[in-house]
Design a binder for this molecule. Sequence first.
Ligand code: B1M
Length: 212
Amino acid sequence: MTIIDDISSAVLRGKRKEVAPLVQQALDEGLDPEAILNDGLVSAMTEIGERFSRNEAFVPEMLVAARAMSAGTEVLKPHLAEAGAEPVGRAVIGTVKGDMHDIGKNLVRMMIEGKGFEVTDLGVDVAPEQFVTFIQENDDVDIVCCSALLTTTMPEIGATIRAIEEAGLRDRVKVMVGGAPVTQAFADEVGADAWTPDAGAAAAKAVELVRG
Ligand code: B1M
């Protein structure tokens, strides 16, 4: 068993208190933070999702695994962010209405912050009106980031973009979208400015969007 296997195993078993020291140990051994994230933490979440699909794991197991994963990302956070990045712009992020999944959204926030953005996180279950109100109250927002993890909540991305349009704010902001079921085709269909598959790509795209 490698340390990466140990991290995955601890996340799968929902052992939050084991995950943080294991991640620290992996960092101390010189492992790449992105490899720890993808091969240790995210891969375990993928596995728990597959077990859920096969009826071999249930919501409580997903929940404790999610908490264990978050304990690991907290340790990784300073190592994933780029130290001393120049301020680039302002972003607001949220998981759309009806959707409680926040791990991917938190990673996207962390990586975008790492690129020097000031990011306001509206949390989960964010209604279109909440995004609109935030843009109305903060006229320096450059990018609106919407995350959705459920096929049933994906349409809320479209509803959010429509609400921004109806409020007359669409020209003021770029809209970035993502989340496991979200595709480039869906992003095009709802009129988003950008879709990216993962948090690293989202951060790079955010910089591209503000720098033009
Ligand atoms: Co849920 N869940 N869940 N769940 N859950 C999924 C998403 C599911 C695929 C599991 C499965 O069936 N295999 C399935 C959705 C099926 C579908 O819609 N087709 C599912 C279901 C069905 C449900 C419930 C309905 C279960 C129930 O109650 N019967 C329920 C819904 C609750 C709700 O939201 N209303 C539910 C609940 C939960 C928990 C609360 C228990 C927990 C979430 C805890 C939390 O987030 N704090 C949970 C979990 C943990 C999962 C899985 C196992 C893991 C999700 C995750 O964190 N992945 C998930 C299975 C899976 O994804 N394999 C599953 C790791 C994370 C790093 O990846 O979020 O994809 P991800 O983010 C990536 C990219 O997608 C991207 O970058 C991230 C990192 O690189 N990305 C963006 C994300 N947002 C982005 C935004 C961007 C750009 C990129 O730009 C703005």
